[in-house]
Ligand binder design. Structure first.
Ligand code: ADP
Ligand code: MG
Length: 456
């Protein structure tokens, strides 16, 4: 019985949770039923609060027992179990850490402080854990190509797209990939704001030579969210020199931004022109299948058993960004872990309740009609009018499709709100817009933008 329980828990919990709370437990069967032994009070308390219910329900399921499970302290803790507990107990860790280790940590921190800025790379973002779909396959392919042939494929590579769509992830993946292939390569990842503050510091300390030397000697410069250069003239000027010097030396530059190079506000024309010298690629909001794939992959990484119908449920509710998908999944994992309940669609509904409610409450058809009309610079009245000119028909179709996507109204209700149109007209509009979103990148981007505005 217990070994089945263990394998269930192993599937349901993260490795750390499992090792900390479940693995050290022992089980006995006595006259009164099942007895679970905890190695210390700390584990006992935690298991009682979070996992006991789950153990009871497993006992019910597997042993047909309806009796309660008793949770007691072990008298004699087997040595092996003790080790496990001590190693993975986060609370006791700092108390028992030998002085030598903390001294070593201290001197390492000291060394870091005085060493030149690090690579800024975070190894947890790589190409393997980046899920690919229509929305990002071009960006990923370009990124991989540049990571394999830095300085010779496309220079600069410019990646743009909305918040939470994987730009930073890709940027980091390129750096990590190159680092594996060429450990001696000089790589630097940094957020544009960090660059701005570095320029200010160099200014204050009159250390521009050092600053230049640091940036101009790189093999790979990864600069994130370049829209933060807006209105920072001194920064833009410095970056202009760095850019030219790196490109001339055939060193690779990769830039991310929230918009297309030409549209970056308050950035010097000569920089914007240079940004599109190489290759410009977009990351777009993931479509349904990709959202499901991302959820399954994230769940697997967290060692959480995510049923496919639950993944679909989340993917239908959360459409805007990968970051929000992750947030939704984490809520479900947390709720399931803390209540010990199976993560089925009901649990997911509960966990995402406020997220769903907020949306249902705030987004109205009128709101959508007004936002879309404003965006396309037409009168709201054209949303109900019978005019068929393309200038009105396309925005109207987009508004209908968004009404379907963002509210809980039925097709006939939506038709009613659009000047009493037949429900098949609405259905047709939804199909057509869905098709267009897949083939017309500009339109897809406009719609993604509209969705964000409407939700906010
Ligand atoms: P951005 O920089 O575009 O705002 P991020 O790169 O920070 O977005 O992505 C937000 C979160 O979503 C990160 O945790 C990232 O790992 C994850 N993510 C984004 N796109 C993907 C993807 N295609 N596959 C897997 N994870 C992704
Ligand atoms: Mg980012």
């Amino acid at each position: 019985f217990w070994s089945i329980c263990l394998s269930r828990f192993q599937q349901e919990l993260s490795a750390q949770q499992f090792n900390t709370w479940i693995k050290p437990l022992r089980v006995e069967t006595g006259e009164h039923g099942l007895r679970v032994l905890a190695p210390n009070r700390f584990v006992q308390q935690w298991v009682r609060d979070r996992f006991l219910q789950r153990i009871e329900s497993l006992a019910e399921e597997l042993l047909n027992s309806s009796g309660r499970v008793e949770l007691v302290l072990m008298d004699h803790v087997p040595a092996a179990a003790k080790d496990v507990v001590q190693e993975s107990q986060p609370v006791s860790q700092s108390a028992t850490k030998p002085a030598a280790i903390s001294n070593a940590a201290k001197s390492l921190a000291q060394a870091r402080k005085h060493a030149p800025a690090g690579s800024g790379l975070n190894p947890s973002f790589n190409f393997d854990n980046f899920v690919t779909g229509r929305a990002n396959q071009l960006a990923r392919a370009a990124a991989l190509q540049v990571a394999e042939n830095p300085g010779t494929a496309y220079n600069p590579l410019f990646i743009y797209g909305g918040v939470g769509l994987g730009k930073t992830h890709l940027l980091q993946a390129i750096g990590n990939h190159l680092k594996l292939q060429r450990p001696d390569a000089k790589i630097r990842y940094l957020h544009a704001e960090r660059y701005v503050s570095d320029v200010v510091k160099a200014y204050e300390n009159k250390s521009f030579d050092e600053f230049k030397q640091q940036y101009h000697s790189l093999d790979l410069l990864l600069i994130d969210d370049i829209q933060f250069f807006a209105k920072k003239n001194r920064t833009q000027e410095e970056f202009f020199y760095a850019f030219n010097s790196l490109i001339e030396a055939k060193k690779q530059i990769i830039i991310t931004c929230d918009t297309y190079p030409k549209e970056i506000a308050d950035v010097d024309e000569r920089l914007r022109t240079r940004f599109s010298w190489g290759l410009t690629v977009a990351v777009e909001p993931p479509e349904l299948e990709m959202r499901v794939a991302i959820l399954l992959k994230k769940a697997e990484a967290a060692r959480f058993l995510l049923h496919e119908d639950v993944a679909f449920f989340i993917a239908k509710q959360v459409r805007s960004s990968v970051r929000e998908l992750e947030g939704a999944l984490n809520r479900i994992i947390a709720m399931s872990n803390f209540t010990g309940r199976d993560a089925d669609v009901n649990l997911a509904k509960e966990a995402l309740k406020d997220l769903i409610a907020v949306r249902g409450r705030q987004v109205t058809i009128e709101n959508i009609q007004k936002t879309v009309a404003d965006y396309y610079k037409i009168k709201v009245a054209e949303m109900y009018s019978k005019k068929r000119s393309r200038n009105f028909a396309r925005p109207r179709q987009i508004a209908m499709a968004l009404a379907r996507e963002l509210t809980n109204h039925s097709f006939p209700e939506i038709g009613e709100a659009f000047g009493g149109r037949h429900h098949t007209t609405v259905m047709h509009a939804c199909d057509e817009i869905e098709q267009l979103r897949q083939n017309d990148h500009i339109l897809a981007r406009d719609i993604a933008f509209l969705v964000q505005v409407i939700r906010d």
